[in-house]
Design a protein around this ligand. Structure first.
Ligand SMILES: C[S@@+](CC[C@H](N)C(=O)[O-])C[C@H]1O[C@@H](n2cnc3c(N)ncnc32)[C@H](O)[C@@H]1O
Length: 234
């Protein structure tokens, strides 16, 4: 393992705002913050927003600055990536940001029923040929249904036409409400929304920046989960 990675892992271990349960711990029991993120971790009551597969946490940190009235948790399996977001949050003095290093499959171990207000999926792997593993498959939607409050919402930002179309198919199949939809965020959506929404949509992640430099188009969906059947897809 590279020296850089080791020093990032060492930093993470010293950060109070980075939670790193082991696989074995989560197999045996729920994370101690489950259902208590606001009371025990942030020590303030505010809408809780997740970014799943957050990488360097650009949305987690960016949103925390733009909308400081909410609490944010970035989730990713890679500690060296989380480190970047955790360090930036620390440097900016943000006390409404945390990170959990774990597999997205474990979110029901980490977040309680109806504990979450919004979920961001930013440039998730489209999992070509492995539909079940996509972060908008019925398996994952069932998990989001459990952790999201009634009226909770999911944001998908992606360069992948496959993931975008697949997600629209799930939305149609389960009759989920679409709050916003654009196959071309920057050309079509950003010019017609409020300045506040424009700021949110214009946060650029590490991967997004790469895809934009390659000339790819960015797609965005914002939808609700309420009609999704309880327990479906487990
Ligand atoms: C394509 S990157 C996008 C990262 C970031 N959201 C961005 O836009 O720059 C996908 C991220 O998802 C993470 N990831 C993939 N599968 C995961 C899983 N099952 N659990 C947690 N993180 C996962 C990877 O480690 C990676 O950081």
């Amino acid at each position: 393992m590279g020296k850089n990675k080791l020093s990032r892992f060492a930093d993470n271990a010293t950060y109070d705002h980075v939670v790193q349960p082991t696989f074995t711990e989560l197999q045996a029991a729920d994370l101690h913050f489950k259902g208590k993120w606001n009371s025990d971790f942030f020590v303030r009551h505010a809408p809780l927003v997740l970014e799943l597969g957050c990488g360097g946490g650009e949305y987690t940190v960016g949103l925390a600055q733009i909308q400081p009235e909410k609490n944010y948790i970035g989730v990713d399996i890679k500690g060296a990536r989380i480190w970047r977001g955790a360090r930036t949050a620390k440097e900016l003095g943000l006390d409404n940001v945390g990170f959990v290093r774990t597999h997205v499959d474990h979110i029901l171990r980490c977040f309680g029923k109806h504990e979450v207000s919004e979920i961001w999926l930013t440039f998730s792997d489209p999992q070509i040929g492995k539909a079940r593993k996509r972060l908008t498959s019925p398996l994952f939607l069932a998990r989001y249904k459990e952790v999201l409050k009634p009226g909770g919402i999911i944001h998908l930002k992606t360069d992948s036409p496959l993931l975008y179309e697949y997600t629209l198919e799930q939305i149609a199949a389960y009759g989920l409400p679409v709050h916003e939809q654009s196959a071309e965020v920057y050309a079509e959506l950003v010019p017609r929304v409020s300045a506040a929404e424009r700021a949110v949509l214009s946060i650029r992640t590490y991967y997004e920046q790469m895809w934009l430099e390659e000339g790819r188009t960015i797609h965005y969906l914002r939808f609700g989960i309420d009609p999704f059947p309880e327990g479906k897809g487990r």
